[in-house]
Ligand binder design. Structure first.
Ligand SMILES: Cc1cc2nc3c(=O)[nH]c(=O)nc-3n(C[C@H](O)[C@H](O)[C@H](O)COP(=O)(O)O)c2cc1C
Length: 364
């Protein structure tokens, strides 16, 4: 196949279609699919569209500022790369290329526990990439402690403990297509857990502890040399617990619609969580962010930043580091444009007055 013309793909959806062409069908099913009827998968996107923007007129938008503050540090913009497992399924350079694109775009990359590249290799490939480490807590706590130590030693700045993969979601696309093939990989978590032979997403997920509790998270937060966030929160009561257990932040997320189907979208769960803890810890959101306007809406509802999952993998599948960079540049360009056209040129000044329930949102 001839190399794709990256500049010809102008919208995130075009990248998605190009990625489907580039990916092996089993890998595509693993990446693109969601749980059972994929109602939440679809709603993650639809929920952002159910919000309408309320632009402010004549405020002067010639100079715009996309920067935000996250965990006490200024960042040039609010996009993070969500942790996604097994990136060498999409491209031979996998997480190394994603890290290179993070460095090129000033984005924070969150490296998955189930990454196919070790924390050391990612740090060496892109020493300037801002990076966080995502932790699935394994039944063998020693493995998790080792991974945290290696992340801290290799310049990862925060720890994201994912709490919504206690069990593995029922993903019918994967059942139909068969499991994605093992790929040559340096899987730090598998090596630390003593898993040898073919490593697949399912073989790694089996190591995650289904009995994790808040007391475990509190212990991790107390022992961790890095600030700790939890990912996979959808209820304000759980957000309150995150504050009570000493966490630095949380990510409102339904795991990209891959775990429990028919749960609330990030967009719909976010406002109540911001109302509960938004003044106390950093609240981020993910799921279905595909447009600059989605980012404006997330910030207007009170998120500090957003995580982007599949679009990064699609960029990687189509064009390696350059592909990821291009996808993120498209989103950043749209975000800058939407800030200006919304009449809120300073990202941190977005508030709920800029959004309203869209008149076109179906009332059921
Ligand atoms: C292929 C794939 C692998 C994922 N692997 C992980 C993972 O290892 N750890 C994790 O916390 N979340 C994982 N997620 C969830 C993402 O971090 C994120 O919550 C989700 O993709 C956001 O939705 P979006 O893809 O619509 O942007 C994965 C998502 C996908 C699509």
């Amino acid at each position: 196949m001839s190399a794709p013309d990256l500049d010809a793909l102008v919208s995130p959806d075009e990248w998605e279609r190009a990625a489907q062409q580039a990916l092996d069908p089993a890998a595509h099913a693993y990446i693109a699919g969601g749980a059972t009827d994929e109602i939440t998968l679809a709603d993650n996107r639809a929920a952002w569209s159910r919000l309408a923007l309320r632009p402010r007129a004549l405020v002067g938008v010639g100079t715009r500022d996309a920067s935000i503050e996250l965990l006490g540090r200024r960042r040039p913009h609010p996009i993070l790369f969500a942790p996604t497992a097994y990136q060498r399924l999409a491209h031979t350079e996998g997480e190394c290329d994603t890290a290179r694109a993070a460095a090129a775009t000033g984005s924070i990359m969150c490296l998955s526990t189930l990454a196919t590249t070790s924390p050391e290799e990612v740090a060496a490939a892109a020493p300037d990439a801002p990076r966080w480490f995502q932790l699935y807590v394994f039944a063998d706590r020693g493995v998790s402690r080792e991974l945290v130590a290696r992340a801290a030693d290799n310049g990862f700045e925060a720890l994201v403990v994912t709490v919504d993969l206690t069990l593995f979601g029922v993903r019918e696309r994967e059942l139909r297509q068969g499991e994605a093939h093992p790929v040559p990989a340096d899987v730090a978590s598998a090596a630390a857990a003593g898993v040898d032979g073919a490593v697949t997403p399912a073989s790694l997920q089996a190591l995650v502890d289904p009995d994790l509790r808040w007391s475990d998270i509190e212990r991790f937060a107390a022992e961790s040399p890095l600030p700790v966030l939890v990912k996979g929160i959808l209820r304000p009561e759980d957000a309150r617990r995150a504050v009570e257990h000493g966490l630095a932040g949380l990510i409102v997320s339904n795991h990209g619609g891959r775990q429990l189907d028919t749960v609330l979208s990030g967009a719909d769960a976010l406002p109540a969580i911001v109302d509960e803890v938004g003044d106390e810890i950093d609240v981020l959101v993910d799921g279905g962010i595909r447009r600059g306007t989605d980012i404006v809406k997330a910030l207007a509802l009170g998120a500090r930043a957003v995580c982007v999952g599949r679009p990064v993998i699609y960029g990687l599948a189509v064009g390696g580091a350059a592909g990821v960079q291009r996808v993120i540049e498209i989103l950043l360009g749209e975000f800058d444009n939407a800030l200006g056209l919304s009449g809120c040129p300073v990202a941190t000044e977005l508030d709920r007055s800029f959004v309203t329930r869209a008149p076109w949102a179906a009332v059921q």
